[in-house]
Design a binder for this molecule. Structure first.
Ligand code: CMP
Length: 237
């Protein structure tokens, strides 16, 4: 089973059965229930993780209990590399959103992999570059775009790996608020506004994208400075 998961992670796809066996010998499996913490921000980093099944939330908490979700990671994604590469302590907290299984590789074996498996190292760099790129876009979106544009950005990000049409995303309003680093009220209003204009539907934690083109045009990344959404989707904020 772990073997099959490793094959699905791009950087392990090219490994020979012998190399996979070697990797299996240096990893272990850990199980988490929904809500279980994997680690907390500021913990000393000791392991690297690959998601075998389930969903992991990466988030930070700021004074007063405010939360900001950085990412939801799914099967095949990895995390926990930053503190092992230099930061020493965890830059964010990780929590299982649902029942999840993680492949765990120790710091020592992670370092050995970096030195011995160039495909692994390259994939790690690609992913870090990708995450940095996403962070840059998010900073831009937070600084220059309104809540509608930011919500559209977030929905597009969550929709990007979904093949089925229409795109359906399981996400609660609180999760969306934490993803945008805001509270529920403005997110509720933004959802209502997008619903009224027929861009999305939202029922009981399921968001359906009804008009992808309009969602893209509302998206902060494509809206002209200062990121005002088109008049037809303006709500009251
Ligand atoms: P580390 O700092 O060891 O622990 C927290 C982990 O969260 C970090 O390594 C990364 O693997 C992951 N992480 C931090 N920020 C992001 C982000 N913006 N997107 C995806 N993953 C992240």
């Amino acid at each position: 089973m772990i073997r099959r998961t490793l094959r699905k992670v791009c950087f392990f796809r090219t490994l020979t059965p012998g190399e996979i066996d070697q990797l299996l010998s240096i990893s272990r499996l850990a199980r988490y229930q929904g809500g279980d913490p994997v680690f907390m921000k500021e913990d000393i980093g000791d392991n690297f993780f690959i998601v075998k099944s389930g969903r992991i939330k990466i988030y930070t908490t700021v004074g007063g209990g405010k939360k900001k979700t950085f990412a939801f990671l799914k099967k095949g994604d990895f995390f926990g590399e930053m503190s092992l590469l230099g930061g020493k302590v965890r830059s964010a907290s990780a929590q299982a959103v649902e029942e999840s299984e993680l492949i765990v590789i120790s710091k020592k074996n992670f370092r050995a992999l970096i030195l011995q498996a160039p495909d692994f190292t390259l994939k790690l760099l690609y992913t870090l570059a990708d995450r940095l790129n996403k962070c840059d876009k998010e900073i831009e979106s937070m600084l220059f775009h309104n809540i509608l544009g930011r919500l559209a950005d977030a929905v597009l990000e969550m929709a990007k790996d979904k093949r089925a049409r229409p795109v359906k995303i399981q996400v609660g309003q609180r999760d969306l608020a934490e993803y945008l680093g805001t509270t529920r009220v403005p997110v509720c209003r933004a959802i209502s506004s997008l619903r009224r204009s027929g861009v999305i539907d939202y029922k009981r934690g399921e968001l359906t994208v009804l008009n992808m083109d309009r969602l893209r045009s509302i998206s902060g990344n494509s809206a002209p400075y200062p990121g005002r959404a088109p008049a037809h989707v303006h709500g009251k904020f």
